[in-house]
Design a protein around this ligand. Structure first.
Ligand SMILES: *[C@@H]1O[C@H](CO)[C@@H](O)[C@H](O)[C@H]1NC(C)=O
Ligand SMILES: *[C@@H]1O[C@H](CO)[C@@H](O)[C@H](O)[C@H]1NC(C)=O
Ligand SMILES: *[C@@H]1O[C@H](CO)[C@@H](O)[C@H](O)[C@H]1NC(C)=O
Ligand SMILES: *[C@@H]1O[C@H](CO)[C@@H](O)[C@H](O)[C@H]1NC(C)=O
Ligand SMILES: *[C@@H]1O[C@H](CO)[C@@H](O)[C@H](O)[C@H]1NC(C)=O
Ligand SMILES: *[C@@H]1O[C@H](CO)[C@@H](O)[C@H](O)[C@H]1NC(C)=O
Ligand SMILES: *[C@@H]1O[C@H](CO)[C@@H](O)[C@H](O)[C@H]1NC(C)=O
Ligand SMILES: *[C@@H]1O[C@H](CO)[C@@H](O)[C@H](O)[C@H]1NC(C)=O
Ligand SMILES: *[C@@H]1O[C@H](CO)[C@@H](O)[C@H](O)[C@H]1NC(C)=O
Ligand SMILES: *[C@@H]1O[C@H](CO)[C@@H](O)[C@H](O)[C@H]1NC(C)=O
Ligand SMILES: *[C@@H]1O[C@H](CO)[C@@H](O)[C@H](O)[C@H]1NC(C)=O
Ligand SMILES: *[C@@H]1O[C@H](CO)[C@@H](O)[C@H](O)[C@H]1NC(C)=O
Ligand SMILES: [Cu+2]
Length: 633
């Protein structure tokens, strides 16, 4: 039945025809957005200061056609005089081969631009190239997008080239939300009073920026539902009572149709599905469920709703459906590893690699008592000037790692090298990893090991199943799945491949924003000399930096007289003092406590907020352990 949506037989002819078509029709779409705090009622009841554009929250979804250019002027209009910002277009390649200066348009603050200070306007001017599908845009400074500075970016294909048809589409962002503003939540999280690094538990979950949402269906129609997880943190499952989803697009890639009852979307992931409505009036409405991935929450407050019932309505008079959760919904969710991109012949399958980088993911406390996240024991720390400024002003030194400092984890790729990224997870959490400037082929993706279990730091290495290249867990797929955000499962691994065919500096990071704030990031510096030829610091770029008091030349520390002088460069804190041998057991004990006592322990940390130093921190932890009679072996 679903085959009727597809008409691939016309493909070759149409590809030629529509290439011509697109070029002639490409338009420039202009947007002038002023970001500011706006009081809104995201749950329909309680007021919260959200971040919106031009006095409205939510920010508008952007719909453009294939090939269109976007000129988006972002003005910092935060009335508080200190909130800085920047904007990233998630999934856009920003390919300087199509147009100059595209790397300047990517958005992450201190990587490809300076933060925009109040009163300043930065122009994001880029072409969407030949990309199509479901994307989104979001603030890329601190955890700012969590307060609502994000929306969909949809690039519509021409009808003929798109391999399926539908009558109507819905764009549905799902997300998590905190009542407190993002900077307060961040400060509390990244604190020595949260030594286990327990992620903040969201206060509610939104569906299309509200709760209890209704989608109106007519009978005998085909709908395209574009789901986007715009949340900061948790993954969510989606199901629709008595209807099936046919997955047709994932992160901007058309995929061969996969029929499923349940979708899984980690932060930043997208899936578009076709849903066939009932042929005749079913006489009732249906439960459209949003189910939170509870394994990601360290403590579950008793009154937090985790299974949200929205509805698909066939009639306004029909009563609201009850919550219906498919049995074994975790197992029913389509495993993206087994999906296949649709345009098999339109890309090269990377059978091998030229350069392999292995990134071991760990979470550890450093000497300041705060829990950090690491790639190979390095926690990302923002440099003093944006990495792109360093690349574009360092001439022949641009590929010398010494000028970047070790805390940005720089990796250097030569033009058109096939890169293999191995991610080994020595942590019990799920991590959706995202690469800017590319999508990637997924050649291995292990299951999670020990999901939902806690064990001491010292044991986490042993419990992990890292990638063994001479003995992979599964055969490399003939046609590997391609996407731009992939979940690294607890104590497991993923292996990704892509071609270094897009000169630039590309952020590679966990899209659980809390983990990014803990430093779970690296940068891939691709063909820096080609980048220098195709990009230069524009006046607009430099003005933004000057307004933020950031130099427009120099190494990571902003020095340019001696390019190897990194004096003044922010670094990660020193390791815990040697005496802290019990740390693993303490963390373990507290994690266990969190499980047992839930919010009790979190409240308890709050009681110690006036602790002055490391010594007392240690004493506090000991006290918690002794008071609660936790046995420390
Ligand atoms: C957007 O702002 C720019 C620069 O301030 C201005 O030139 C342009 O006319 C504005 N465009 C729209 C659509 O308002
Ligand atoms: C949404 O539904 C829940 C559960 O039925 C209910 O408790 C809540 O009040 C509803 N919220 C709104 C804004 O309608
Ligand atoms: C922001 O700055 C302006 C101009 O310097 C000043 O008039 C205003 O009071 C400041 N607002 C806040 C909230 O600090
Ligand atoms: C955006 O970039 C294009 C291509 O480089 C250029 O022609 C156009 O003038 C730019 N738009 C603005 C407003 O600067
Ligand atoms: C989502 O909300 C917007 C208003 O913010 C509305 O225009 C749109 O129709 C809603 N989408 C769905 C799927 O309900
Ligand atoms: C549903 O649509 C199909 C195709 O448009 C049509 O053949 C069929 O008769 C319709 N069914 C009903 C019950 O209207
Ligand atoms: C949500 O549903 C799951 C699966 O049915 C159930 O185990 C869990 O207790 C529910 N949680 C809440 C808070 O309702
Ligand atoms: C859909 O994906 C699942 C993996 O989750 C796979 O087992 C199944 O064969 C796929 N079905 C189709 C029709 O591709
Ligand atoms: C904690 O101790 C470490 C190592 O001795 C030191 O570097 C750090 O500054 C101390 N932190 C605080 C907050 O006292
Ligand atoms: C990182 O730290 C772990 C645990 O302390 C250690 O086993 C490992 O060798 C270190 N890795 C690197 C690349 O330094
Ligand atoms: C990797 O697999 C090979 C072949 O099965 C095996 O000999 C080797 O011990 C494995 N390496 C590790 C580190 O487990
Ligand atoms: C960038 O553009 C070049 C030239 O069209 C192309 O070969 C390359 O594949 C593109 N890279 C990406 C990531 O889109
Ligand atoms: Cu993560």
């Amino acid at each position: 039945m679903h085959l009727s949506y597809w008409h691939s037989h016309l493909l070759i002819f149409i590809t030629l025809a529509s290439t011509f078509f697109n070029v002639t029709l490409a338009k420039t779409r202009q947007f002038n957005f002023t970001a500011s705090w706006i009081t809104a009622k995201p749950d329909g009841i309680h007021e919260k200061k959200m971040i919106g554009f031009n006095g409205k929250w939510p920010p508008p979804d952007i719909h453009v056609n294939k090939g269109d250019r976007i000129e988006l002027y972002l003005t910092n209009g935060f009335q508080d005089n200190h909130t800085v910002t920047s904007l990233h277009f998630h999934g856009m390649f920003q390919n300087s081969t199509f147009d100059d200066n595209q790397n300047l348009m990517d958005g992450p603050s201190m990587v490809t631009q300076c933060p925009i200070v109040p009163g300043q306007t930065y122009l994001y001017n880029f072409t969407t190239g030949d990309q199509i599908g479901t994307y989104w845009y979001h603030a890329h400074h601190s955890a700012q997008y969590g307060d609502g500075m994000r929306a969909a970016l949809i690039i519509h294909d021409d009808d003929i080239q798109q391999p399926f048809q539908y009558d109507k589409e819905f764009v549905i962002g799902i997300s998590d939300l905190y009542w407190k503003p993002y900077d307060q939540v961040t400060d509390k999280f990244l604190s020595r009073y949260n030594p286990t690094g327990a992620e903040p538990i969201p206060d509610l979950f939104l569906f299309n920026n509200t709760v209890n949402e209704t989608l109106h269906f007519e009978t005998n129609k085909t709908y395209l539902l574009r789901f986007i997880n715009m949340g900061l943190f948790v993954s969510q499952y989606i199901s629709l009572e008595d209807h099936q989803f046919t997955i047709v697009e994932v992160d901007g890639m058309y995929v061969k149709p996969n029929i499923t009852d349940v979708l899984y979307l980690a932060a930043a992931q997208r899936m578009s599905v076709l849903v066939k409505s009932k042929e005749t009036d079913p006489g009732k409405n249906f439960a459209l469920m949003q189910i939170v991935d509870q394994t990601m929450l360290d403590a579950i407050p008793p009154n937090l709703p985790l299974n949200m019932t929205n509805q698909v309505a066939y009639g306004d008079d029909y009563s609201k459906p009850h919550s219906i959760i498919p049995q074994d919904f975790e197992k029913l969710a389509t495993n993206d590893f087994y999906l296949e991109p649709y345009y098999d012949n339109h890309y090269q399958v990377f059978k091998d690699y030229d350069q392999q980088i292995v990134l071991d993911v760990r979470m550890r406390n450093l000497g300041d008592g705060i829990k950090y996240a690491f790639f190979n024991n390095i926690s990302f720390v923002d440099p003093k000037i944006p990495i792109l400024t360093t690349i574009l002003t360092s001439g022949k030194l641009a590929d010398d790692p010494r000028i970047y400092g070790e805390n940005v984890n720089p990796f250097f790729f030569k033009k058109n090298q096939i890169i293999e990224v191995v991610l080994n997870n020595y942590d019990t959490g799920r991590h959706p990893f995202h690469l800017h400037g590319h999508n990637f082929q997924i050649v291995q993706k292990s299951n999670g090991f020990h999901i939902d279990e806690q064990f001491p730091e010292e044991l986490q290495d042993e419990m992990t199943v890292p990638y063994n290249e001479s003995n992979p867990l599964m055969p490399i797929p003939e046609i590997p799945m391609i996407r731009d955000t992939v979940v690294l499962e607890p104590n497991g691994h993923v292996v990704l491949r892509f071609k270094a065919d897009n000169p630039g500096v590309w952020y590679f990071h966990c899209h659980v924003d809390w983990h990014l704030q803990q430093g779970l990031a690296a940068v891939f510096i691709e063909d820096p000399f080609a980048l220098q030829r195709q990009n230069s610091l524009t006046d607009n770029y430099k003005d933004i930096c000057s307004a933020a008091n950031i130099a427009n030349e120099g190494n990571a520390a902003g020095n340019y007289e001696d390019w190897f002088d990194l004096d003044g460069l922010p670094r990660q804190p020193d390791p815990l003092p040697e005496g802290f041998t019990l740390k693993g057991y303490i963390a373990f004990a507290i994690s266990t406590l969190c499980g047992i006592w839930g919010l009790y322990t979190i409240t308890k940390y709050g009681m110690f907020e006036d602790i002055p130093d490391n010594e007392s921190l240690y004493t506090t932890l000991k006290t918690i352990i002794e008071e609660n009679e936790i046995s420390v072996k």
